[in-house]
Design a protein around this ligand. Structure first.
Ligand SMILES: [Zn+2]
Length: 410
């Protein structure tokens, strides 16, 4: 066994019952179990809230669409190798599983006439998309065929692009800090040789100039050949436990899709202008994000997205009822709590540690008599018995602050 196997997210995912990959469902199509789903739900809620407060508008769109939509977007011309084959319903009705959300979001922009007053129009969705990855490269959550992407498409006037990209970089840093993501580096991904790119040289040069300017003061490397087929991008890289590098956050400039979809808005002087499209993801796909988070935290997530935040352990059967009452109060306060009554107290404490549960509440006869609970923290610290209300408030404060520590920081 290599050192990296010790923190392999696939092994921890199994042990902590976060997700399962079943060959009957198919390679690269993992199933999120209740514990993994609870953690992901907390992260999704956080990201949506962060975006809402930053002026994003969320939409829902289907993960498949007519072949013509992806012919128009250029995906079938430039990206078909990464897509599943089309599904034919009848001679003139073919559908494809989408490889990206942008075509649907272009239709959101086009749903009615747009004015310069609405720009930047930020359309966000945590949506499903599909990639026909070869089975040999699939593993756990890091490379999958069904992807849930934290995505947005920001339609801007050209002169707004610089500020918009800088603001996206700020949101990315905020999200990384809350989740515990430590980027390995920033990358400016540029066009390489070959025919797999749309648009003319002038567009590419202008887009590259805008991204370079937004990166002023940031350390970054340049990677020719890593651009999207429609434009250059800023990629924020992470490294997994096995040392493999991948992209977690991205900001991409696109002059092409607004052209292809004939998008326009009415400017202040009444003229029609074409918006610039900024594709961006703050934290990437939920799959790749969690593959990384499981490894970087070795399964011990910050309390705010831990699957179970508080586990109540009655010392013996006599305190089972009061322990369940504490669980109910914790749940009413918005916390994820459970009770464990089976087996010796020592074995249950060890099992809570194995599950990386941040707070264990021990309830013995004395605690019941006093309406108290004794908290033990995941890192080994133990707190003196305190009233149940105080214990719950302590956990609530740590969760609300999205702190990496288990005690409130004044
Ligand atoms: Zn896009």
């Amino acid at each position: 066994m290599k050192e990296s196997d010790m923190i392999d997210h696939r092994r921890l995912g199994r042990e902590l019952e976060l997700f399962v990959s079943d060959p009957l469902a198919g390679a690269g199509l993992p199933i999120w179990l209740p514990a993994g789903a609870a953690a992901r739900h907390a992260v999704e809620e956080y990201v949506r809230d962060l975006e809402r407060r930053a002026g994003y508008r969320h939409v829902y769109s289907p993960p498949l669409g007519k072949r013509e939509l992806f012919e128009l977007s250029g995906h079938l011309g430039y990206f078909a190798d990464d897509m599943f084959p089309a599904m034919r319903l009848s001679a003139d009705d073919e559908f494809v599983l989408r490889p990206a959300l942008c075509p649907h979001h272009a239709l959101v922009f086009r749903a009615r006439g747009r004015s310069y007053r609405e720009l930047p129009l930020r359309i966000a969705e945590l949506g499903g998309m599909y990639r026909a990855e070869r089975s040999g490269v699939l593993g756990g959550l890091s490379r999958v065929r069904a992807i849930s992407l934290n995505d947005a498409h920001n339609f801007c006037a050209l002169e707004q692009v610089g500020d918009e990209v800088r603001e996206i970089l700020r949101l990315i840093r905020e999200a990384h800090a809350a989740l515990g993501v430590r980027p390995a580096g920033f990358r400016l991904s540029l066009r390489g040789p070959g025919e797999k790119y749309v648009g003319d040289d002038a567009q590419w040069a202008r887009a590259e100039g805008l991204l370079r300017a937004a990166l002023d003061g940031v350390d970054f490397t340049e990677e020719p050949g890593e651009a999207a087929f429609y434009g250059p991008k800023i990629d924020i890289q992470i490294v997994d436990a096995a040392g493999r590098e991948s992209t977690i956050s991205t900001i991409q400039l696109d002059f092409d899709k607004p052209e292809k979809f004939d998008l326009s808005y009415t400017d202040a002087d009444g003229s029609r202008r074409r918006p610039v499209l900024v594709h961006r993801s703050l934290v990437g796909s939920m799959e790749r994000l969690f593959a990384y988070l499981i490894e970087v935290h070795a399964g011990a997530f910050p309390a705010w997205y831990a699957p179970v935040q508080l586990l109540l352990l009655p010392v013996d059967e006599g305190q089972a009822g009061p322990a369940v009452d504490v669980v109910r109060r914790a749940e009413a306060a918005g916390l994820r709590a459970e009770v464990d009554v089976a087996g010796s107290l020592g074995a249950r404490i060890r099992d809570a540690a194995r599950r990386r549960i941040p707070y264990v509440g021990v309830v013995g006869p004395r605690e019941v008599a006093d309406g108290a609970v004794s908290l033990r923290l995941r890192d080994g610290r133990g707190l003196a018995p305190m009233p149940v209300a105080d214990a719950l408030r302590l956990i609530e404060r740590v969760v609300a602050a999205r702190s990496g520590d288990l005690l409130p920081q004044h």
